[in-house]
Unconditional design. Structure first.
Length: 262
């Protein structure tokens, strides 16, 4: 469901009712005559929808985390906020950038439209920038021939599966964050899709190496062995970017989750 489009259509309809009431209908009604219900409701909802549409389109947008691909950074059920202007101002509905600002950086947690189905929003971590050579062999990450620093950080108890997974601290760019690696999971990428620029990737029995095309980004989940990401479905075009995730504002299962994250 394209909620942005629905909100835009509601804005147009209620705005038209508000204008019609203020410019035409109100002047033609006899003194003391009641306002038709459809005009009253439509016009009264217009300011509310206008504010929501503006905030959601240009300031922040709420999202709910549907899967465990970003554990331990984000848990299933986390409600998060996404900054809509960090990477530039975009026109709502068509998502076209009109005012450039900052570019995504390695380590950012980014929401984007899934390349294989743009009606679906995904969230992953930015690993590779345009022009980067990203290698992930034997579960070790290299960018442009340099090992990405990581160190063991104990074990993580997955609250949904109730077993421990080795946890590591990884440093991508200026961002320190946690990742999970399952010792029993295979290193190779099963069932990689046919995606644009797939010729820029090489798959082996121990992993994958890709050169990120211009205007695209290589994304990975923090729960490395339980994430369908750029290793499987390819690169994220700049046009698919929605915004930068930065704050957890609620989780029904854990009220202590409130706060920012990396």
């Amino acid at each position: 469901m394209n909620f942005a489009l629905i909100l835009f259509l509601l804005l147009i309809v209620t705005g038209a009712l508000w204008l019609a009431d203020h410019l035409v209908a109100r002047k033609q009604r006899p003194t003391g005559a009641p306002t038709p219900w459809w005009v009253e409701y439509g016009a009264s909802f217009f300011p509310v929808i206008l504010v929501v549409f503006f905030l959601r389109s240009f300031v922040v947008e709420p999202f709910k985390i549907p899967s465990g691909s970003m554990i331990p950074t984000l848990l299933v059920g986390d409600f998060i906020l996404v900054n809509k202007f960090t990477y530039g101002i975009r026109l709502p509905v068509i998502n076209k950038k009109v005012i450039p600002m900052n570019e995504p950086q390695r380590g950012d947690v980014m929401v984007f439209r899934y390349p294989a189905d743009p009606s679906v929003d995904y969230i992953k971590r930015v690993v590779g920038l345009p022009g980067d050579r990203v290698e992930y062999f034997d579960k070790k990450l290299k960018i442009n021939g340099v090992d990405v620093p990581r160190q063991p950080d104990g074990d993580y108890l997955n609250p949904d599966r109730l077993y421990y997974t080795p946890r590591y601290l990884e440093k991508l760019g200026q961002v320190d964050h946690a990742i999970l690696l399952e010792p029993q999971a295979p290193a190779f990428v099963p069932q990689a899709l046919d995606f644009p620029h797939r010729n820029e990737c090489t798959y082996t029995g121990s992993g994958v190496a890709c050169t990120v095309p211009p205007g695209n980004y290589f994304m990975m989940g923090d729960n490395r062995d339980a994430s369908s990401d750029s290793r499987v479905w390819g690169f994220v075009p700049e046009a698919n970017i929605v915004g930068k995730a930065f704050f957890i504002w609620f989780n029904f299962k854990d009220l202590k989750r409130l706060g920012s994250f990396h």
